[in-house]
Design a protein around this ligand. Structure first.
Ligand SMILES: [Fe+2]
Length: 550
């Protein structure tokens, strides 16, 4: 079966193509439209479809629109209830359901040749659940799933279990109670962009003390039916509202630390209930925007009842395109195959990359090993724009569209945040060869998608200061030679030169822009930021060949 998945309803529009139960292409619309998160997270933007990513998914697989068996849309307007009835304060919310209802016709206009009758609505949290439970590596037994989200049609969470590829839903917390909306409210109160900057709040939390935890335990409670209750919260009573350019104070950090701590406790509580209710599943698969909270994920893995915790790399709404498609493929009789990696987006052949370099008249070379060439520049404390293979699905750069640097220089964090125009409290993360992980770090292994924080072992903290956060943790990506041979080679070459098996890996973009997707965008970034080497596929462009750099 050929199923195209579409996420368009709330934010992070994306498309995914599932053929015979396996994903062959998936991408977020922002990588094509060059608008961060694809669109504004407001009801009147619900009409915007992932037209470019959907068309690319089909073209890349050589599939015509009329040969699709179904299109899966990750929201079911038939489940919707009025915002007032749901307890939500959103006068335009009805627009969403209106647009969703008409999505089949809109999709038929966006994808000429599509029969609107082929569009199937998939409940939002079923799509999230499928993106976790059906895409996770085989567990050997049932897979429990927890969707921790802002909101779907009428709920904010889903606890369930996959048995033989079929989801049994065990509990869904109804709106307005929502951990995702709680965190979004906090994000807004702290002067950041909600539905976008929640990860900044998580980073800020590590600078604060959970001084309001006692009060939050009363306001945010786990219930004994597997759900939770969130009371109205007087944010201003705990810390003054901050404007986007206002000063960040200790009060803000303490509030962030308090909510973060309570979130972790609640997620642990939900997982304990699910472990009992799911009856013997040893693996928990997570999705939903809150599942991008890698501090909470790490705590869940360390203290929760499940043996293994797996997080969908596109845990936010972008991942519902994949989940919806997997779910419908299952309904049509296909058995789903787990995803092998997050590199599901666009890629270019060596010939195409070389043609782009020629067109730009850049002085490039083809070294014997691009990995060794990049390692040499990194060892010399240079910054490398690393553009290899297909782009990643989800918010993390995982060695395909990455900006790399030396982890041993304490000044690397400042330089990288300057290149990217980010706040200085933002940590940068390490990639490490899987074989060397245990020597340096404690925590979840493997961690190929960078969705958990790990403790840096004491003897290593001073050796890799750039990636060791103030609280002694690092958000590690483990690199496995069988799936990422080129990145593994780069790490080996860097270690041979420096004795450090770790390289700084952050996303290849500049402030406020989506990650680089095309070779031309990679060259534009290289031309406008103090990057010493552009490693574009097997080709090397050195800044010093242009009269600067190392
Ligand atoms: Fe969602």
């Amino acid at each position: 079966m050929r199923v195209l998945g579409i996420n368009a309803i709330f934010h992070d529009p994306a498309a995914a193509l599932v053929v015979d139960g396996g994903v062959v292409a998936a991408a977020e619309e922002e990588r094509f439209s060059r608008r961060k998160h694809g669109k504004r997270p407001v009801p009147f933007a619900a009409w915007e479809l992932p037209e470019l990513s959907a068309a690319w998914c089909l073209a890349s697989a050589g599939i015509d629109v009329d040969s699709l068996d179904a299109v899966a849309y990750s929201f079911d307007p038939g489940l919707y209830r009025d915002a007032v009835e749901l307890g939500l304060d959103d006068p335009w919310d009805w627009l969403r359901v209106d647009y969703a209802t008409r999505a089949p016709q809109f999709l038929a206009a966006a994808l000429p040749g599509l029969d609107p009758e082929k569009v199937r609505f998939v409940p939002h949290h079923v799509a999230h659940a499928a993106s976790a439970g059906l895409a996770a590596p085989p567990a050997g037994d049932d897979t429990a799933v927890l969707v921790l989200d802002g909101r779907g049609e009428v709920a904010s969470h889903l606890a369930g279990v996959y048995r033989d590829g079929r989801l049994s839903s065990l509990y869904a917390q109804q709106l307005p109670h929502s951990l995702g909306l709680l965190y979004e409210d906090l994000t807004r109160h702290l002067g950041f962009l909600h539905s976008s900057d929640e990860y900044k709040v998580m980073a800020l939390a590590s600078y604060g003390r959970p001084t309001h935890l006692g009060m939050l335990r009363e306001l945010v409670r786990v219930t004994d039916d597997g759900g939770f209750q969130v009371e109205r919260i007087d944010w201003a009573g705990m810390a003054k509202a901050r404007t986007a350019d206002g000063e960040l104070t200790d009060d803000h950090a303490d509030l962030a630390a308090s909510v973060q701590a309570r979130l972790e406790e609640v997620v642990l509580g939900l997982s304990r209930w699910l472990y009992d209710a799911a009856g013997g599943a040893s693996t928990l698969a997570l999705a939903g925007g809150v599942a991008l909270n890698c501090v909470a994920n790490a705590r869940l893995a360390a203290e929760g009842p499940f043996r293994d915790v797996w997080v969908q790399p596109a845990a936010g709404d972008a991942g519902t395109a994949l989940g919806a498609a997997l779910h419908v493929a299952g309904e049509l009789g296909d058995r789903s195959t787990p995803m092998a990696g997050a590199d599901l987006g666009r890629g270019w052949s060596d010939e195409e990359l070389e043609a782009e370099l020629r067109r730009a008249a850049l002085p490039y070379r083809r070294p014997a090993s691009i990995a060794a060439e990049a390692a040499r520049v990194l060892a010399d404390n240079g910054i490398v724009a690393w553009y290899q293979g297909r782009s990643e699905y989800g918010p993390r750069a995982l060695g395909h569209r990455s900006l790399l640097a030396h982890p041993g220089d304490p000044d690397t964090t400042r330089r990288m945040n300057d290149v990217k125009g980010r706040e200085q409290f933002r940590p940068i993360a390490p990639m490490v060869r899987a074989e060397r992980f245990a020597e340096l770090f404690e925590g979840v292994f493997p961690s190929p998608y960078m969705l958990f924080v790990h403790r840096v072992k004491a003897q290593w903290r001073d050796r890799i200061p750039a990636v060791t956060h103030v609280d002694g943790t690092a958000r590690v990506q483990t690199v496995h030679a069988d799936t990422e041979p080129l990145v593994a080679e780069l790490l080996s070459e860097f270690e041979r030169r420096t004795g450090l098996p770790v390289v700084v890996n952050t996303s290849l973009n500049t402030a406020g822009r989506p990650m680089v997707d095309t070779p031309r965008e990679a060259m534009e970034l290289f031309g406008s930021a103090p990057v010493d080497l552009l490693a574009l596929g097997p080709f090397a462009v050195h800044r010093r060949a242009l009269g600067g750099g190392r």
